[in-house]
Design a protein around this ligand. Structure first.
Ligand SMILES: Nc1ncnc2c1ncn2[C@@H]1O[C@H](COP(=O)(O)OP(=O)(O)OP(=O)(O)O)[C@@H](O)[C@H]1O
Length: 261
C-alpha cells in the first residue's frame, strides 16, 4: 500500500461488517458511511460493540488473537482488509486517541516528535512539534516548558498532548475512544472545542457514552445496540440533529430519552 493510494479519499465505509471473538459474534451486519471532515459519533449501551467497531477501522482488533471480521471496511478507495495491506501504515493514516491520556514518559517535545522521527520525517521537527501543539490548542500553555515531562501536565492537557502526538503523524482520520471520560467538565469542553476546530481538516469518529457530548459535537450519530444474544446491530444512523429530535426507531428514542442503557 502506498500513502498515495489511500490518500485518494478519507471517508470510511463499513460494508456488512460482522465481528466475532472466537465463537461469539458481537457485531452483525453493520453498513454505514462516514463523511469526510465531519464528526461522527458512535453511541449505545455498554458492551454494545462501539469500541470494537471503532477499532476495526485502524485494525487494532488484529492484536486480539480470537478476533475475526467479515464484510469490508473501506478508507476512500482502499480496502483496509485487502491481503497485503499494512496495519502499521494504516495507523499512520488513521490516528487514534484513547480513553485515558497516555503520554510517553518523555518530554512534551519528544512526545510529539516521536512519531515523525520514527517515521523518517525529513522536515523540521521543531516546526511539526509547534504546528501540532498549536493545532491541539496546547502551544500557548506549554511553549516555555517543552523539555518538561508530558506526565507533569494536567489530565486535560495530557489528552491534548496525545491529540498533538496523533496530529504529528499527519493522519487524515482521527479515531477517539471516549476521549473525555477521564476528564473534568472544563477539560471536556476544551476537547470538544478542539474537535470542532479539527474537523475542518480531519475526519473524526468518536465513541462516547455521553449523549450530550454526541449532541454537542457530532454531525452524524450511529446508534449501536446489542440484541438478546448480545450481538450488536446498527439500529439507526442519521444526522445527529435529526436523530436527537426525531428518531426513526423506537429503540433509539428509548435510549436517547434515558429509558435504558
Ligand atoms: N478482547 C475481547 N475478547 C473477547 N470479547 C471481547 C473483547 N473485547 C470486547 N469483547 C466483547 O465484545 C462486546 C462488545 O464490546 P465493546 O468493548 O466493543 O463494547 P462497547 O460498546 O465499546 O462497551 P463499553 O461502552 O462498555 O466500552 C462485549 O460483549 C465484550 O465483552
Amino acid at each position: 500500500m502506498t500513502t498515495q493510494a489511500i490518500a485518494t479519499g478519507a471517508a470510511i465505509r463499513f460494508d456488512n461488517v460482522g465481528v466475532y471473538y472466537g465463537e461469539n459474534q458481537v457485531i452483525e451486519d453493520v453498513s454505514m458511511e462516514v463523511t469526510e471532515k465531519e464528526i461522527t459519533a458512535i453511541i449505545g449501551p455498554s458492551g454494545g460493540g462501539k469500541s470494537t467497531l471503532l477499532r476495526c477501522i485502524n485494525r487494532m482488533n488484529d492484536l486480539i488473537p480470537s478476533f475475526r471480521m467479515e464484510g469490508q471496511v473501506w478508507f476512500g478507495e482502499y480496502n483496509l482488509y485487502a491481503p497485503g495491506s499494512d496495519p502499521t501504515q494504516i495507523r499512520y493514516e488513521i490516528g487514534m486517541v484513547f480513553q485515558r491520556p497516555n503520554p510517553f514518559s518523555k518530554s512534551i517535545y519528544e512526545n510529539v516528535a516521536f512519531g515523525p522521527r520514527i517515521n523518517g520525517y525529513t522536515g523540521s521537527l521543531d516546526a511539526i512539534v509547534e504546528d501540532s501543539l498549536r493545532s491541539a490548542a496546547l502551544w500557548d500553555e506549554v511553549k516555555d516548558r517543552l523539555k518538561e515531562s508530558g506526565l507533569a501536565l494536567s489530565g486535560g492537557q495530557q489528552q491534548r498532548l496525545c491529540i498533538a502526538r496523533t496530529l504529528a503523524i499527519q493522519p487524515s482520520v482521527i479515531l477517539m475512544d471516549e476521549p473525555c471520560s477521564a476528564l473534568d467538565p472544563i477539560a471536556t469542553l476544551a476537547i470538544e472545542d478542539l474537535m470542532r476546530e479539527l474537523k475542518q481538516r480531519y475526519t473524526i469518529i468518536i465513541v462516547t457514552h455521553n449523549m450530550q457530548q454526541a449532541g454537542r459535537v457530532s454531525d452524524k450519530t450511529a446508534f449501536l445496540m446489542p440484541d438478546e444474544n448480545r450481538v450488536a446491530h446498527l439500529i439507526e444512523f442519521d444526522q445527529t440533529s435529526r436523530m436527537f429530535t426525531n428518531p426513526q426507531d423506537e429503540r433509539t428514542e428509548a435510549y436517547i430519552t434515558g429509558r435504558f442503557g
